[in-house]
Write a protein that binds this ligand. Structure first.
Ligand code: ATP
Length: 238
C-alpha cells in the first residue's frame, strides 16, 4: 500500500547545468517507512540539500520519481501540506517573543488560533520558558531551534530537517536528538541531513549515506559499517 509510505524515490537525478558532466544527484533510490528517523549523510557537496529540495517540491529532478504518501511530487502538489521543512535562514520579528512569532506564522498559514496541534508541537520542540522571551535575546542556536519548532507546528506527517545541528553547541545537539525521537514517536516520520554521523546516529533508525551525488550505503543504523565519522570521509581516487 503506497499511500502509507511517507517517501519513495526512484532513480532521482539532477544536474544544475546541462553543459556540465557533474551530477548533483545521480540515480538515487530509497524508501522511508512510517515512524523512521532517516539520516541523510554525506560530506559537503554530496547532494543532500539538492535531494531534500527536490522532495520539498522546490526544484524539479531531471529524471526519476518522488512519491510522498503515494502521490507524485511536483511544485504545489497538495500532498506537500503533509510535509514540514526546516531550512536555514527563517526570519523572525526580534521584538516579539518566540511564541508570538510562531503564533503569527501559524495564523499566516491560515490555521485557527488555539489549535491543539500547535501546543503539541511546542511540547515536542521543548523550548520551555525561552518561548516567552523576545527573539532578540536569543542565541543563534536558539533561533535555529525556534525555526525547527516552526517547521513542526502543524505536526506534519513527514518532517524534513536540512542540517538542523549546524551551528548548535553539544548540549543543543543532544536536545535536538531528543526532539527528533519525540517527534517520530507519534508515528510521524523524520528525514534529517548531516555531514557528521556522530551528530545524528543516536536519533536515527536508518541511514542513507551519499557521496558525490550517489548512494554509498543504506539501511538500519546498526547495519551501517564505519568507525566514528570515518565512513563519511571521501577517498578521492581521481
Ligand atoms: P552541503 O553539506 O555543503 O550543504 P550537500 O550534500 O547538501 O552539501 P548540495 O548542496 O546538494 O550538497 O550540492 C551538490 C552539488 O551540486 C555540489 O557539487 C554543489 O556545488 C552543486 N550545487 C548545489 N547547488 C547548486 C546551484 N544552485 N547551482 C549550481 N550547482 C549547485
Amino acid at each position: 500500500d503506497r499511500a502509507g509510505v511517507p517517501l519513495e524515490i526512484t532513480g532521482l537525478t539532477k544536474k544544475y547545468a546541462r553543459s556540465t558532466d557533474r551530477y548533483a544527484v545521480r540515480d538515487l533510490s530509497f524508501r522511508v517507512e512510517k515512524g523512521q528517523v532517516l539520516g541523510l549523510l554525506g560530506p559537503n557537496g554530496a547532494g543532500k540539500t539538492t535531494t531534500l529540495r527536490m522532495l520539498m517540491g522546490l526544484i524539479r529532478p531531471d529524471e526519476g520519481e518522488i512519491r510522498v504518501f503515494g502521490h507524485a511530487i511536483r511544485p504545489g502538489a497538495p500532498v506537500l501540506s503533509r510535509v514540514g521543512a526546516f531550512v536555514e535562514g527563517a526570519g523572525f520579528l526580534p521584538h516579539l517573543s518566540g511564541r508570538e512569532n510562531l503564533e503569527l506564522y501559524w495564523r499566516a498559514t491560515g490555521r485557527p488560533a488555539g489549535d491543539a496541534r500547535m501546543e503539541e508541537a511546542l511540547e515536542i520542540a521543548g523550548l520551555g520558558d525561552a518561548l516567552a522571551r523576545a527573539v532578540r535575546t536569543y542565541s543563534q542556536g536558539m533561533r535555529q531551534r525556534l525555526a525547527i519548532a516552526q517547521a513542526m507546528l502543524g505536526l506534519p506527517d513527514l518532517l524534513i530537517l536540512d542540517e538542523p545541528t549546524n551551528g548548535l553547541d553539544p548540549p543543543q545537539i543532544r536536545e535536538m536528538r531528543d526532539v527528533m525521537i519525540r517527534y517520530a514517536a507519534g508515528g510521524r516520520t523524520v528525514i534529517v541531513s548531516s555531514h557528521l554521523l556522530s551528530e545524528v546516529e543516536q536519533s536515527c533508525t536508518h541511514l542513507v549515506v551519499m557521496d558525490r551525488g550517489q548512494l554509498v550505503q543504506a539501511g538500519p543504523v546498526a547495519e551501517i559499517t564505519g568507525e566514528g565519522d570515518t565512513l563519511l570521509v571521501t577517498t578521492d581516487g581521481e
